[in-house]
Design a binder for this molecule. Structure first.
Ligand code: ZN
Length: 299
């Protein structure tokens, strides 16, 4: 469920000096764009020391909870000015707060990732930066994530969305031109997934979600061409469909769409497919739409 909150409630809840400092931060332009993460609002703030602090604020158990790099050990008894700045900026954006947000520290982290993160944390910033840059230069996903984290790449805008859409449409139409082979369709699918996996590294918005849904419909059409072909290719085609769905689920999770809205979206998307729809795996959406949503989608 999404909730709306107002500025006066925030002003009353924090010290006057904290609120003033927060307003100054918002006015200073040091705050990145606000993005939805785990049902709360996240942003990074230029800390004036050559790096940025990550700030997250969300509504947990009816109260604002914050996590900020200025207070790395977690529990803020009182919200810091950075957190209040994020709240103020999010309210200006008409941000929709989930009534049950998940703080980043409570997102489950793969133990292998955690182990490597702990080791990485012992390196000097210079060595770590070089290592990340060397990889990012050959990996568009990592490059995009790096730019997004640095506040240099915001959510997808309409012009960029149109360009990615054209790329996807061209890949699909070229795959079935003339004397095409099954291989061409599978390769187009892999390229489309590559595009989506770059996209999901950026802050997610409705524009990006719609684009992924467009790609799902395009893939469903493309794959319907394979049904008369050799059945041994279906496994690889399924993998592409699974990858498209994984990106869709991740974006829906980050945007915290209302379950009813998501069920409606899925129903209409699945309805568009002639043969099969890659988003038609209701169980995979269980954590987003609940058991009633899954049941509605299975009908
Ligand atoms: Zn802070």
């Amino acid at each position: 469920m999404a909730v709306r909150l107002d500025l006066d409630a925030v002003r009353d809840a924090v010290a006057a000096t904290t609120f003033e400092e927060a307003e100054k931060l918002v006015a200073s332009g040091r705050l990145s764009e606000i993005v939805a993460v785990g049902g709360g609002a996240a942003a990074s703030i230029d800390n004036g020391a050559g790096s940025r602090d990550e700030v997250w604020v969300g509504v947990v158990a009816k109260a604002f909870t914050a996590e900020c790099d200025c207070c790395p050990d977690g529990d803020q008894d009182e919200l810091c000015a950075h957190a209040v700045a994020v709240i103020v900026a999010a309210l200006q954006d008409d941000f929709l707060w989930s009534s049950a947000a998940t703080p980043p520290s409570q997102e489950t982290v793969d133990p292998k990732v955690q182990r490597l993160a702990d080791i990485a944390a012992t390196l000097s910033v210079r060595r770590l930066s070089t290592m990340v840059a060397e990889h990012a230069v050959t990996d568009r996903r990592l490059e995009t994530r790096l730019l997004a984290y640095a506040g240099k790449l915001g959510p997808l805008d309409e012009v960029e969305a149109a360009e990615v859409r054209r790329t996807i449409d061209n890949l699909a139409s070229e795959a079935t031109v003339g004397d095409w082979q099954v291989h061409d369709v599978l390769q187009a699918g892999r390229w489309i997934v590559d595009e989506l996996e770059v996209l999901v590294q950026r802050p997610v918005n409705e524009t990006a979600l719609s684009l992924v849904e467009h790609a799902a419909v395009v893939w469903d059409e493309l794959v319907s061409n394979l049904y008369d072909a050799d059945a041994s290719y279906t496994e690889e085609a399924d993998e592409t469909g699974d990858a498209v769905r994984a990106v869709h689920i991740r974006m829906c999770h980050e945007l915290q769409l209302a379950p009813d809205d998501l069920v409606e979206r899925l129903r209409s998307l699945i309805g568009e497919a002639d043969v099969t729809a890659c988003l038609d795996e209701p169980e995979d959406y269980l954590h987003l739409v609940g058991a009633a949503g899954v049941a509605a989608l299975c009908r």
